[in-house]
Design a protein around this ligand. Structure first.
Ligand code: AMP
Length: 200
């Protein structure tokens, strides 16, 4: 990777609880900023549907709304970054990092490829609204973890207990910004872009 890559690349973490709208906003962001989207949930679902070894490892955790072990996720993200580190203009991480250990590993991976995380944008949505959105998505997503009340509750509590400390990790690095995740898709997108442009 050339020296100037640090300056011209844009690497963003889109953060928030399940149902916050990260997937929807990521689609718009990759188009605007020409970034490569790395959604660990999407990659795992692909492995599940293809019945790979990785998919088999992840299935039990995903079915119950628990986190897949860090080493499995980190290895998978490392491979994905490696595949496109020379071609991508930057990355948008969606659903990753979800633990402080993953955030630390991401910093190490970035350094290895002479890149850095520019900032994290967190989407904030009240819990009841999240549950309503997830149930609604479950009608069409076909995702078992979107359709079962117990699994939905578990995913939200896993987020609070294991994932929220990641926001603190980026706050300490001066790379944290939050956006109100309730409103129209366009309004929220505009707000996220303003935060991203401030990171640059
Ligand atoms: P998502 O589509 O981001 O809600 O992810 C769906 C499921 O995949 C999660 O409930 C976890 O079981 C698993 N998963 C996705 N990303 C991660 C991650 N970064 N760390 C651990 N497990 C993950």
């Amino acid at each position: 990777m050339p020296e100037k890559a640090l300056n011209i690349m844009l690497n963003i973490v889109l953060f928030g609880p399940p149902g916050a709208g990260k997937g929807t906003q990521s689609q718009k962001l990759i188009e605007k900023y020409q970034l490569k989207h790395i959604s660990t949930g999407d990659i795992f679902r692909k492995h599940l549907s293809e019945g790979t070894e990785l998919g088999k490892k992840a299935r039990g955790y995903m079915d119950n709304g628990n986190l897949v072990p860090d080493e499995v996720v980190i290895g998978m993200v490392g491979e994905t970054i490696k595949e496109s580190s020379t071609t991508a203009k930057g990355f948008i991480f969606d659903g990753f990092p979800r633990t402080v250990a993953q955030a630390e590993a991401l910093d190490e991976l970035m350094e290895k490829f002479n890149m850095k995380i520019d900032g994290m944008v967190a989407l904030e949505v009240p819990e009841e609204e999240l549950k309503t959105r997830i149930r609604e998505r479950g009608k069409t997503s076909g995702r078992a973890d979107d359709q079962d009340e117990e699994k939905i509750n578990n995913r939200i509590s896993v987020y609070k207990n294991e994932t929220l400390p990641v926001a603190e990790y980026y706050t300490k690095q001066g790379k944290f910004a939050k956006v109100d995740g309730v409103g129209s898709i366009e309004e929220i997108f505009g707000e996220i872009c303003r935060k991203i442009d401030n990171f640059k």
